[in-house]
Design a protein. Structure first.
Length: 89
């Protein structure tokens, strides 16, 4: 859709107006993608660090994410080190 700037007479292309549902859908898709990527990243890191199975690492990564821990953060590595200690006992 185009509009005319009354001061300059210039024709300007404008974007369509998004509905609330459109915005919610965009946000939901972005959040889901971020969550999936975070779990994958932490799962791979845990599998590499501690030789965990895929299921074990996914379970732990999901728990980390639900408690607010993000991949490659200081808290992630702190908790991952604690898992190693607990696993070896």
């Amino acid at each position: 859709m185009n509009v005319i700037n009354k001061k300059t007479g210039e024709e300007i292309e404008v974007a369509e107006t998004l509905t609330r549902e459109d915005i919610e859908k965009i946000i939901r898709e972005a959040v889901e993608k971020t969550i999936d990527e975070s779990i994958k990243e932490m799962t791979l890191e845990l599998m590499t660090m501690h030789s965990l199975s895929l299921g074990e690492a996914q379970h732990i990564a999901t728990g980390f994410l639900l408690s607010g821990v993000t991949p490659k953060s200081e808290e992630f590595y702190k908790r991952a080190d604690n898992i190693k200690t607990a696993w070896e006992v």
